[in-house]
Design a protein around this ligand. Structure first.
Ligand SMILES: [Zn+2]
Length: 442
């Protein structure tokens, strides 16, 4: 009889986050995400291969989803799938794999609304979706209680999930940052973390993506200031103003919509993913960004709208394509000439380049083309949603877990958390650097 951790994805790579916790003869799944690079490459192959359809077998073969074959014995034991937040590297594999589990999917309201839209695209995904309030507790079985704790990240209703078991509590903080001044939603309630710490935390599974950054991740309110300054320092009048950012980042979109209003420009969201996330935010009762704004999602509508637009200086266009992804709106505006760029038009990148070779190359190409058209570009109007080392230190200090398990990075970065923990007085054997499918009793 015991508590066991089984990393399924996200411990040997960045992406397809998935962890199983086994409590005696029961188990829970924490997140079930996509490996975004592998998924996008596979999608591109499908588009160029007539009559080929997406299959779970192929998704597994190309490494786009967690490989459940390695944990086949655990599937019948799973009593619930719990998702921390709405990013696809945490929930994107659920529609493909959930039908293998005879259980419900649990998450916060916004995450559930996003899952509902994903369910429309996959008819095999029929598991019941259960929405939970932030900072609420749910009794899953006699032995397992689940707590959804409000966390800050770059999408609303992000949670740290705590699995309470007879063998101790496991905190799953994947992804997070500790933002004391978020633009949307409440800041994390540190008293809750302290309370958990006092009661005793068996293990902490921690988002380690930026463990190499020796700083505190700045607050989302910094971006609000950056955008305010940009508007103050630049004269955009008479010119097009286009902003590209993450569709799931509702707080960022709120800041951008407010900027559009202050400039007295009509706000237009262009791109299918905006429709998905902006609608989910409205349905979850978080914010209605569609009031006074237009949402354009279908290709034919986009073409028509951009063609008919006689005076671009009246609009603030919020578009997809910040990483230069070929099929999204901004690259299509540039390469497919959906939009007639004029000298002095403005493009703001409210993002950073996600450092993988494809994105770096795509963005360099896009920046070059925009500059060639004499468009002014503003880059890195962004702060990350992921913890840096000072956030890691603060969370470890509040929870004082017995065991620390770094996740969401490659081995070299996971080891940075080990170094940090040792500097905080932990013994080396209390930090578990695990690879996918390694099973450990806690
Ligand atoms: Zn995330």
């Amino acid at each position: 009889m015991s508590l066991e951790i089984i990393p399924v994805g996200g411990y040997s790579e960045i992406g397809r986050n998935c962890t199983i916790l086994k409590v005696d003869d029961e188990a829970v799944v924490l997140d079930m995400g996509l490996h975004m690079d592998n998924y996008i490459s596979y999608q591109e192959i499908l588009e160029n291969t007539p009559n080929k359809r997406m299959s779970v077998k192929e998704l597994r073969r190309v490494g786009a989803i967690p490989n459940l074959k390695e944990v086949k014995d655990l599937i019948p034991k799973v009593k619930g799938i719990f998702a921390t937040h709405a990013h696809l590297d945490h929930i994107g594999a659920i529609p493909f794999l959930a039908s293998k589990f005879n259980c419900d999917i649990h998450a916060s309201k916004f995450t559930i609304e996003v899952l509902r839209t994903l369910a429309k695209e996959n008819k095999n995904f029929k598991n019941k979706l259960v929405a939970h309030k932030l900072n609420s507790t749910f009794k899953l079985s006699k032995k397992i209680k689940i707590e959804f704790i409000n966390m800050t990240h770059s999408t609303p209703h992000t949670t740290m999930i705590v699995v309470h078991t007879p063998y101790g509590s496991v905190c799953y903080a994947n992804d997070f940052k500790l933002d004391k001044d978020p633009v949307l939603g409440n800041k994390p309630d540190l008293k809750i973390f302290k309370r958990l710490g006092r009661k005793g935390v068996k293990a902490l599974i921690i988002d380690s993506l930026y463990a190499k950054k020796d700083e505190k991740t700045p607050s989302e309110s910094k971006v609000k200031e950056m955008i305010k300054n940009l508007i103050f320092e630049n004269d955009f009048s008479g010119k097009a103003l286009i902003i590209t950012t993450f569709a799931s980042h509702i707080a960022r979109l709120k800041t951008i919509v407010e900027a559009g209003r202050s400039l007295k420009r009509e706000v237009v969201f262009i791109g299918r993913s905006f429709d998905k996330y902006v609608t989910a935010a409205k349905d979850a009762g978080i914010i209605d960004l569609t009031q006074g704004a237009t949402l354009i999602k279908y290709s034919s509508q986009v073409r028509r709208f951009l063609k008919k637009m006689t005076d671009p200086s009246k609009y603030l266009l919020i578009v997809t394509g910040h990483q230069g992804e070929a099929r999204s709106i901004l690259p299509r505006m540039v390469y497919k000439e959906l939009f007639d760029f004029q000298e002095g038009d403005n493009v703001i990148f409210s993002c950073s380049v996600i450092p993988v070779p494809t994105n770096i190359e795509n963005r360099e190409k896009l920046d070059y083309e925009l500059k060639r058209k004499k468009v002014k570009i503003f880059t890195d109007i962004h702060v990350s949603g992921h913890a840096s080392r000072k956030d890691h230190e603060q969370l470890i200090d509040l929870l004082r877990p017995e065991i620390i398990i770094p996740s969401h990075a490659e081995k070299e970065t996971l080891q940075e958390i080990e170094k940090l923990a040792i500097s905080m007085g932990y013994d080396k054997d209390k930090v578990l650097i695990m690879g996918n499918y390694e099973r450990r009793k806690l």
